[in-house]
Design a binder for this molecule. Structure first.
Ligand code: FAD
Length: 437
């Protein structure tokens, strides 16, 4: 006679157990579905593999990397998105580069000096030192004790530098891509800082190398996520996929755009978090020139503005190549990106010609716009917390129904806005998924 326990044990042999488990999971095809093959998605997929979970990334673009992209269409490397490995001491990309034997060097040598212009006119020494004074006062306050009250960066700046109303936006437009009055000072003060590294071979190539061998469905946008049942159903133009958990890494503005329909509707806490977050519009535009360097050494920067908000930083000849890369942000950048590439390139070339003279036009050979704010798969450069909303990043990082995780850069706390933070957020999601699957 065999015991009840033995009968049970015999009946629940491995295939049978697997079958019950599969039914409970809604017969999942994979353990973890990851939406987006950017820094967060790629690192999450690597962590999933290391943990013995099956993971597949669904990526709408026909390339990996997301907002980390080394664009070669002009014939020279144009780092269209992320450039620095920030706070390299703890940034996973520093370690990953090392493990892949990809060179990452200190950014301290990338300095060619700078000059400041207003509408193409070089500022006098007196004008420059007045501006510098405003920036230093501000920088000291921002690096000091966190402000007790969460207010806008602009308001905090006006309290210390009332005579320099534009200094704050001068800082935030090129670092956050957004006007200072739309950014939480507390969120900014909370961000990680440390040593910066750069990748002579291109940040985009590092991510592409790291993604090699992963299960990635390119050109496969996810249009709907249904987490009604015990598992998850993802809709894509190539069919339905069932997973036990999903990690969503698309940007805050893509989430807000409704490009992915969630059923049931996302919980109030997640929707509230998305309301409190926004995205800056840091934009880069590369101009290629032939046969002249205009007397400028690599990494020289020209700052030019004609009115508040339209500040542009022209960076000359990165890595000694033949590009001048314009950086600009805020509503001005949104307007330029919305012009479309040809008009945007003409516009930016005209601004550079106003500084360098008509010879620049003769040497011009082509341009490329990285207009992230007009790109439907990004809709901005990186997340910002609105004034008074510094806590919403942590709210976004909360799991939904223990099956749905948000893990893009916006949910990365002190690492937010960066490719390093995105990777850490992806790893954190996998660590939590391991506990519940
Ligand atoms: C101009 C610029 C400069 C920057 N500079 C730096 C820097 O120097 N250092 C730094 O660390 N960071 C920098 N960043 C920020 C950094 O690039 C981002 O924080 C980081 O790359 C975000 O990674 P992510 O995985 O969270 O999101 P993403 O890279 O946006 O990845 C999400 C992916 O989801 C895809 N997707 C969107 N919708 C769908 C859908 N429906 N279905 C499937 N896939 C979808 C997108 O195509 C994208 O590939 C910069 C960004 C920009 C734009």
């Amino acid at each position: 006679m065999i015991s009840r326990r033995a009968v049970l044990a015999g009946t629940l042999s491995a295939p049978f157990v697997a079958n019950i488990a599969a039914r409970a999971q809604g017969a999942a095809d994979i353990d973890v579905a990851i939406i987006g093959a950017g820094a967060a998605g790629i690192h999450a997929a690597r962590q999933a593999r290391a943990a013995g979970l099956t993971a597949r990334i669904f990526e709408a673009r026909s390339r990996v990397g997301g907002r980390v992209f080394t664009d070669t269409s002009l014939g020279s490397d144009f780092e269209a998105g992320a450039f620095y490995i920030h706070w390299a001491e703890t940034n996973p990309w520093a370690e990953i580069a090392k493990s892949l034997q990809i060179e990452a060097i200190s950014d301290s040598g990338l300095w060619g000096g700078f000059d400041v212009f207003s509408n193409g006119r070089r500022l006098t020494g007196e004008e420059r030192s007045r501006r510098r004074g405003g920036f230093w006062r501000l920088a000291n306050v921002l690096d000091g004790e966190p402000t007790a009250m969460d207010m806008s960066f602009g308001e905090a700046a006006r309290r210390v530098s009332p005579d320099q109303p534009d200094a704050a936006s001068g800082m935030t437009l090129l670092s956050l891509g957004e006007d200072a009055d739309r950014v939480s000072i507390r969120d900014y003060q909370r961000l990680d800082s440390g040593e910066d590294l750069v990748l002579p071979g291109g940040y985009g190539r590092l991510l592409a190398r790291y993604a090699e061998g992963l299960d990635i469905a390119l050109a496969t946008p996810v249009t709907a996520v249904d987490y009604t049942g015990p598992g998850i159903r993802l809709e894509t133009p190539r069919g339905t996929v069932r997973a036990r958990a999903v990690i969503v890494t698309v940007s805050v503005n893509v989430l807000k755009s409704g490009a992915i329909r969630f059923t049931p509707e996302l919980p109030a806490g997640t929707r509230r978090a998305l309301e409190g977050l926004g995205m800056g519009a840091l934009t880069k535009l590369a101009l290629r020139f032939e046969a002249t360097k205009f007397g400028q050494t690599p990494w020289t920067q020209f700052f030019d503005s004609s009115r508040p908000g339209d500040l542009v930083n022209f960076e000359f000849w990165p890595w000694g190549n033949d590009l001048v890369v314009a950086h600009f942000g805020g509503d001005y950048a949104r307007g330029v990106a919305a012009m479309g590439e040809a008009a945007a390139v003409d516009h930016m070339l005209a601004r550079l010609v106003a500084i360098l003279g008509e010879d620049a036009r003769k040497a011009f050979r082509g341009g490329r716009l990285a207009g992230w704010s007009a790109d439907p798969l990004a809709l901005g450069c990186y997340s910002i917390a609105k004034p008074g909303e510094a806590d919403q990043r942590d709210a976004l990082a909360q799991p939904v129904a223990n099956r749905l995780w948000f893990a893009g850069e916006a949910s990365a706390g002190a690492g937010s806005m960066t490719a390093g933070g995105a990777a850490l957020a992806g790893a954190r999601a996998i660590a939590m998924i391991r506990k519940v699957l």
